[in-house]
Ligand binder design. Structure first.
Ligand code: SIN
Length: 532
């Protein structure tokens, strides 16, 4: 059995930042399903929202975040994250990350981007590949850190808790079972401090801007371990994912609208002005619903993002990744509007934590998209998530170092080895793939941008059946990454549906035709679910 002072699951901005900081206090393992750089962070285009300009203020950033969050943000968490942002961003710069800047009256200033819901330009970026550059910077640093072991192609199966091994008097997290995908064996890893930084669950929907790894693993494992889960009904749909039969999950950054891009319907109309005074730069939930309505009304497959009024030189310099990707699909964005559709983008709920990442289960922390610490409320403000990853990772490390050591009784518990029930490989892979597709399609059709109680109930019934089938597979066959991901997807899908069914109002990202109004009196509170 391996043992580490800290075990981090996930290798995006939150997980890697935490690992680098924790390495000054002890041994660290970073467990990641594929390669180190395979994370949502690496796909982030927009940048980091952070107050750096004299024309901006912490108060404005706080107010924009609260406004987007539609009454469900934790204001203290918002203030902490916004106000500590500049210090944490400086640390990234010290590691060698260079944000885009420009010349202003003889000196260099950050070239700040603008995105929906922000009252000021405040998004630090590296062209349109900010996340990738952050990921490279952090991984380079990790490589130099002798106390961090990066375990690639390792997938966490389940958390080991004192309760599960028969020590219910002091339930806490004691470690994790991990599948080493290269050899198909499950290892037991012991730790007193386990940090989930596994990102979100975009793959639960048929159309998503997320990479394949986003299968809700952290939320599903935490739920199985008895931790409290919050606000899973609030799934953010990004308004502009490239619409092309061969383009898989390609985001067209909101920064394109920040630089003047206009959304047009199939008749060429600038339709967003009919929905919101901020037009194409309205908050994301409003834009996504407006596009959904335009598409449904006209029967068209998509709408169009028009930035043809900007010069090709500007577009190539500011958006090289988007420009080249569109070109590969035969779309020259300088000459014709880009076809776009909304797609699942971000999980605003997650494992309930405080601003330090502490969950309801001692020894278990959650940071980044997998966590719900009160920053996003019912709708995340664009580009707040990379900021959150940096700040909360720092807090989590400080909090864990201050924590009391685990009791002698808990340390004395011996952890059982993983028992592989039946050693057969899954006999019919088609069942796994079919169930995977069925979940993603039913979530898209029944639990999407606009919901109804009837559709949610239908989704709930179908998911219960699928979960039964998946359980049978799980216990009867040798586990694999595909099977584990399917099991996690099904769990997270059910949590989204149950949460959505319990919120009988419309707020932020949760919009239902049966309860189209906001009801502060009954629902200005988090939706909490736990297994225990
Ligand atoms: C984008 O670039 O549009 C995405 C930014 C974000 O989701 O925060």
């Amino acid at each position: 059995m391996k043992e580490y002072d800290f075990v981090v699951i996930g290798s995006g901005i939150a997980g890697l930042t935490f690992a680098l900081k924790a390495a000054t206090h002890g041994s660290v393992a970073v467990i990641t399903k594929r390669k180190g750089a395979d994370s949502n962070t690496a796909w982030a285009q927009g940048g980091i929202a952070c107050v750096t300009s004299d024309e901006d203020s912490f108060e404005l950033h706080v107010q924009d975040t609260l406004e987007a969050g539609a009454g469900l943000c934790d204001e203290a968490a918002v203030r902490t994250i916004v106000m500590e942002g500049p210090a944490r961003v400086r640390e990234l710069v010290e590691l060698g990350l260079h944000f885009d800047d420009r010349e202003v009256s003889g000196h260099r200033e950050p070239d700040l981007g603008r995105e929906g819901g922000h009252s000021k330009r405040r998004v630090l970026h590296v062209q349109d590949v900010t996340g990738l550059e952050i990921e490279k910077t952090l991984l380079r640093e990790l490589d130099r850190s002798p106390r961090v072991e990066l375990l690639e192609n390792h997938m966490a199966v389940d958390l080991i808790t004192a309760g599960k091994v028969g020590f219910a008097a002091e339930d806490r997290c004691l470690g994790v079972y991990v599948l080493d995908e290269r050899i198909g064996e499950v290892e037991t890893i012991r730790t007193d401090r386990l940090i989930l930084a596994t990102g979100g669950c975009g793959k639960v929907y048929l159309y998503t801007t997320n990479p394949d790894i986003a299968t809700g693993d952290g939320v599903a494992m935490a739920w199985r371990a008895g931790a409290v889960i919050a606000n899973m009904e609030f799934i953010q749909f990004h308004p502009t994912c490239l619409f092309h039969p061969k383009a898989k999950s390609f985001l067209v950054s909101e920064a394109v609208r920040g630089e003047g891009g206009i959304l047009r319907n199939s008749r060429g109309e600038d339709f967003m002005n009919r929905y919101h005074q901020q037009g194409s730069l309205a908050p994301r939930d409003i834009v996504a619903r407006a596009i959904d309505a335009e598409i449904k009304r006209s029967g068209a497959h998509c709408v169009f993002l028009d930035i043809t009024h900007r010069s090709p030189e500007f577009l190539q310099e500011r958006f090289p990744h988007i420009y080249e990707t569109c070109l590969r699909f035969g779309i020259d964005m300088a000459k014709r509007p880009i076809p776009v559709v909304p797609a699942a983008h971000y999980q605003c709920g997650g494992i309930k934590t405080d601003v330090n990442g502490a969950t309801s289960l001692p020894g278990l922390y959650a940071i980044g998209e997998v966590a719900c610490n009160g920053l996003h409320g019912a709708n995340r403000l664009a580009s707040n998530s990379l900021l959150e990853g940096l700040v909360v990772a720092h807090h989590a490390c400080e909090a864990l170092v201050r924590e009391q050591p685990t009791s002698h009784a808990a340390r004395a518990i011996s952890l059982p080895e993983w028992e592989s029930g039946d050693v057969q490989n899954v006999d019919e892979l088609v069942v796994i793939y079919h169930n995977w597709d069925e979940i993603r399609r039913l979530m898209w059709d029944y639990v999407g941008i606009v919901r109804t109680s009837k559709r949610l109930q239908r989704a709930s019934a179908r998911l219960r059946n699928l979960q039964r089938e998946i359980r049978e597979f799980y216990w009867n066959f040798k586990i694999s990454v595909d099977l584990l991901e399917l099991r996690n997807l099904a769990t997270v899908a059910a949590l989204i549906v149950d949460s959505a069914l319990s919120r009988k109002e419309s707020r932020g990202l949760h919009f239902t035709l049966d309860y189209p109004e906001l009801s502060d009196r009954r629902f200005k509170r988090d939706t909490l679910i736990s297994r225990t």
